[in-house]
Design a protein around this ligand. Structure first.
Ligand code: UDP
Length: 385
């Protein structure tokens, strides 16, 4: 019997499994090494009824109609629009640094002067990556750029990545640009929100299909050989270096630890996420009850600490994009191209810093490409008969 194997039950694995089961009517086995599905999007309600995002805050946001329509089949979404606050010099303000932030952190006269200079130079609503923003000739704007670099990016990035913003790929810090705008939201996508049933339940729905069987606590490397011999094609959403037993070397990752704390009061902070760029060893504090407006007299927060990924000790969270890792990943892909019927996808499989919508889109596009090939083969078969 020809079966499909999907390794990993996060968004990438669930999307490809769901599409194959539904549209190709093929049997799919989904395995995951964890005790739970949903990968790093895993959430659960604790004893206080608060939906905890075990691996940190996940806010769904997309500008892709295709992804939004697809994902809404499985859950409705609330209309939560994410804002992030940060303490800069003890003042609570908005991140990304924008025109409102100017007035929070500077005296009005200076804020007005800077705002005018910014609006003379940039079009309203422009997003400027910090490394580009630093290239200023004007004395006041140079002062502002140095201030934002130091107060928002430098120490946060050192905590998060272990190196300065100049030593991480520019695309990483460009995710949180300087925003020439009064829009205080973190994301400007057309669609955003939190699944009202939670991510785990949503992904459970994606995997609930007569053609799909899910095996948790199942490791790909130690899988029963009798099952493996029926497998026609494998979709692997784990790390490609692990698949090849690290024969070309290890791909580095950053990991994160979330230390939960419970408090006997309704709220700990006035927002879901508050960043601490310059203070403390953690990067940010998440307070989960804000996302679905969970009602409880208690609250749960998570302090987020970043660290290097170590095999067997913690989990992979962030690929580290740079020239060296790009080259190593390409070598692994070259190796993969020699094996038949294996596809790598997802944040780990593609070694790309995907947001959830991009991981889903990648899986949808891979499916569409394979679907077209499959249809062509079928048509050719019919024509040849
Ligand atoms: N960043 C920063 N200060 C902040 C927020 C973000 O320096 O207050 C930088 C940091 O390098 C971080 C990157 O911007 O890793 C991307 O931030 P984002 O919030 O997108 O990270 P994620 O939520 O994916 O962890």
């Amino acid at each position: 019997m020809d079966k499909i194997l999907v390794v990993g039950a996060g968004f990438s694995g669930a999307t490809i499994a769901n599409l194959i089961a539904e549209r190709l009517n093929k049997k799919v086995i989904v395995i995951d090494k964890n005790e739970h599905i949903a990968g790093n999007c895993f959430d659960y309600r604790d004893e206080n009824g608060i939906m905890i995002h075990k691996y940190g805050s996940h806010i769904f946001h997309t500008s892709s109609e295709k992804v939004w329509q697809y994902i809404n089949q499985f859950s409705s979404f609330n209309q939560y629009m994410h804002k992030v606050y940060a303490y800069i010099d003890g003042i609570e303000t908005t991140i990304p640094f924008n025109l409102n932030t100017l007035y929070d952190v500077f005296p009005d006269s200076l804020a007005q002067r800077l705002e005018k200079k910014l609006l003379d130079k940039f079009q309203y609503n422009t997003k400027v990556p910090i490394l580009e923003f630093q290239k200023q000739d004007d004395k006041d704007l140079k002062f502002l750029a140095d201030y934002v670099y130091e107060k928002v990016f430098l120490h946060y990035t050192i905590k998060q990545w272990g190196v300065t913003p100049k030593d991480v790929d520019g695309l990483v810090t460009a995710r949180v640009p300087v925003f020439i705008s009064k829009d205080n939201r973190y994301f400007q996508d057309k669609y955003q929100g939190i699944p009202t049933i939670g991510y785990t339940e949503l992904i459970t729905k994606m995997l609930t299909h007569p053609n799909i069987s899910v095996c948790k606590k199942t490791n790909f490397k130690t899988m029963d050989k009798r099952i493996m011999k029926d497998i026609q094609t494998t979709f692997y959403t784990g790390s490609i270096d692990e698949y090849f037993d690290y024969i070309l070397g290890k791909l580095p990752y950053r990991s994160v630890e979330f230390k939960l704390e419970e408090y006997g009061r309704e709220f700990y902070q006035n927002n879901s996420v508050i960043n601490y760029p310059c203070n403390y060893d953690f990067t940010r504090i998440h307070e989960y009850k804000h996302y679905l407006k969970d009602k409880s007299q208690k609250t749960v927060i998570a302090k987020e600490y970043s660290e290097n990924f170590k095999i067997g000790e913690n989990e992979r969270f962030y690929p580290i994009p740079n020239e060296k890792t790009k080259q190593l990943y390409s070598k692994y892909l070259e190796l993969a191209s020699k094996s038949k019927n294996i596809y790598f996808l997802g944040r780990l499989g593609d070694y790309k810093y995907y947001d959830m919508d991009k991981a889903i889109l990648r899986a949808m596009e891979l499916f569409e490409q394979l679907y077209q090939n499959h249809m062509q083969t079928l048509t050719q078969g019919v024509l040849n008969d």
